[in-house]
Design a protein around this ligand. Sequence first.
Ligand code: PLP
Length: 432
Amino acid sequence: MTVASTIDSQIAVDREHVWHPYSAMHGGQSVYHVDSASGVYLHLSDGRKLLDGMSSWWCTIHGYNHPQLNRAVEQQLRRMAHVMFGGLTHAPAITLVEKLVALSPEALQSVFISDSGSVAVEVAMKMAIQYWNARGKVAKQKFATLRNGYHGDTLGAMSVCDPVTGMHSLFNSILTQQYFVERPRTRFGEPFDDSDIESLEQVLQQNHRHIAALIFEPVVQGAGGMYFYAADYLKHARALCDRYEVLMIADEIATGFGRSGKLFACEHAEISPDIMCVGKALTGGYMSLAATLASGEVSDSIDRGNPGVFMHGPTFMANPLACSVANASIELLIESNWQARVAQIERQLRESLSSCVDLPQVDEVRCLGAIGVVEMRKPVDMPKITQQFVDAGVWVRPFGRLVYLMPAYVITDEELDRLCQSVIDVIRLQRD
Ligand SMILES: *Cc1c(COP(=O)(O)O)cnc(C)c1O
């Protein structure tokens, strides 16, 4: 057996054997070899240093290699890295659950910790089905969801992702057919157009006997199109779900922990979901961890039903290292003035990026919280544009027609200026 030691030989092994997300095994895509990361910088193994605009897919809200987060992992490591959660419990998990219950909407009282966002979504869907089963409504086994949504890559989660971008045609016979409703056309901040709720109303009216829950990304649709819709839509949806006996599952995996300007995006609409999923920024980007929160009403009903237990139990459930770093990350966030910081990031993204709306390549610019999106008129050439960003000294990875930024909250005004300027410069280079 040989172990690749030089960077070049490692990259050769990567090309030959390593699968990357949404990639061909031998597609020849370039990958950049990272040696370390700190603050808002990625240090490449060839010595280059990239200013990070991605927060590693919404996660690293406090930046990389943070002393307090490092300490949380190190201290926990000396006690125990892991123990099974069946029949055992521990302080890191209990503290985390206490924090999540305190910070989330009032009704959410029961917490199931799991290992990734997709699993948290599967867990939420199973909870909704078990809830209705316990209440004698055994036909309620399907889900309503918004088009252009994204909820993860496992089969249950995939069934509620957008059918087109989620490639449902490939998995036709294995994916459950769910009920898709039009996403609201009213944008965030605009006066609500009542006709936006008709699609949901129609689906619920006709199919509520089969629908366990409406699952949605509150206010911000992420990987399905980086789209911000009117919070009032969710108020109307809450009323409809109550009327037709359908639970609401808020997928806050991308929006949770301040990204949209509120701690949880449901707060924009002042609604309380019956079930809520968190993940991504939960550990400040240190480890894979997620949680599904349910109302006492949901967990009590599941307890009273048959078999009287909730049917899920991941091997690494409530991993102590991950829970410890999640606790440290939540403390850091709550003790910081994150609201002011995120508001300032939003102002700056809006001011800087708005200068590219006049470019012929650009269709629209939109910003909310610490998210800035430039929608292009044509899909970008991803390898080429990524290379151009790297040449400019920044890490930005667009998809489809979307060039977007979601920096760590600790980015300075100067660094954010540089990031936005690089986006504008690189967009100028995009010609057919
Ligand atoms: C990323 C994401 C998921 C899936 O989380 P993983 O940890 O990648 O499994 C689910 N829902 C939303 C809204 C997400 O952004």
